[in-house]
Design a protein around this ligand. Structure first.
Ligand SMILES: [Zn+2]
Length: 310
């Protein structure tokens, strides 16, 4: 079986002010966990380079791209983004997009691929919010769909927050189905509808969450190949802010619940439906610093364990 291509770049990490809440360390730390793990010789860790201006233009307005690239974004728009502007942020954002774009190609070839970043689903065509500069998933989907006419893509967004930006960009793209499981009354206050939204009360427990997820996935699998053709690709935003000790997610999934979530996704998408899977990180802001990269690493590990099982 093929070694699984995992996209990572040292550019994914940038220095932030010491009081900044975003856990930038999680990217290199998750990569280090992967390199030190028993999966190290089953993966190929690749730097995908930088997304081109043409790639960004697939979904973003030229004025917004220029405001990021020239570091002229200011005022309310800058506060909503949540990151201080820098050349490094520009490079990092383009690198993360390139990782997801490359992961799509790799997954179509090998059945599975992972970008050790991405999932910046609060990025809109004309603005960024919630630490999301460019929308890697929307760009990767648009780029893929431009090469084919008769296939669909499923965007499976299990980050604790709803993917308002991705939905806004892709709402008029009939070949994309999107599903989101999120906390109804958490950020973003204004949701942009997915094809299917499953909203939970605040502090939803793992049992309720996992029942809803399994119900969705088993219905989806039953429909695949019977009432609808299976998608060519599933892009999975595996945000680990669903964990009970996350600072922003407002869910109560235990370690075991998160592991069960990953097993369900891998089982239904890869094993049962046999659909190529791209995994992107999404959010994760655990109260314990080392826990966030560990949770992301466990997602990768779960996918590799499923892939190499047979
Ligand atoms: Zn989130």
């Amino acid at each position: 079986m093929a070694n699984i291509k995992c996209f990572y770049s040292d550019r994914y990490f940038i220095d932030l002010p010491s009081d900044h809440p975003f856990p930038m360390h999680k990217y290199p730390d998750a990569a280090s966990l992967l390199r030190a793990s028993r999966w190290a010789d089953r993966v190929e860790i690749i730097d995908a380079g930088l997304a081109t201006h043409e790639d960004l233009l697939l979904v973003h307005d030229p004025e917004y791209i220029a405001a990021i690239e020239d570091q002229t974004l200011s005022g309310y728009a800058l506060r909503k983004l949540g990151f201080p502007l820098s050349r490094a942020l520009t490079i990092r954002s383009r690198a993360a997009v390139a990782g997801t774009v490359a992961a799509v190609q790799a997954a179509l070839r090998d059945g599975l691929s992972i970008n050790l970043a991405g999932g910046t689903h609060h990025s809109f065509a004309d603005r960024g919010e919630g630490y999301c500069v460019y929308n890697d998933v929307a760009i990767a989907i648009k780029k893929y769909l431009a090469t084919t006419s008769d296939t669909t893509v499923l965007s499976l967004d299990l980050d604790a927050h709803q993917g308002n930006g991705t939905n806004s960009i892709l709402h008029n793209e009939p070949r994309v189905e999107s599903v989101s499981l999120h906390v109804r009354d958490n950020y973003p206050s204004r949701k942009v509808p997915s094809t299917k939204d499953i909203g939970f009360d605040r502090y939803v427990d793992g049992k309720t969450y996992l029942q809803a997820l399994e119900s969705y996935l088993s219905d989806w699998h039953l429909a695949c190949g019977t009432t609808v053709p299976p998608p060519a690709l599933v892009i999975y935003n595996a945000g680990v802010d669903v964990h009970m000790d996350d600072r922003f997610g407002q869910m109560r999934l235990t370690d075991q619940d998160v592991a069960h979530r990953e097993e369900l996704v891998m089982h239904y998408v890869m094993e049962r439906a046999g659909v190529p899977l791209v995994i992107v990180f999404g959010g994760g802001y655990n109260k314990t610093k080392a826990k966030t990269p560990l949770l992301h690493f466990r997602t990768i590990e779960a996918s590799l364990a499923c892939y190499f099982k047979n």
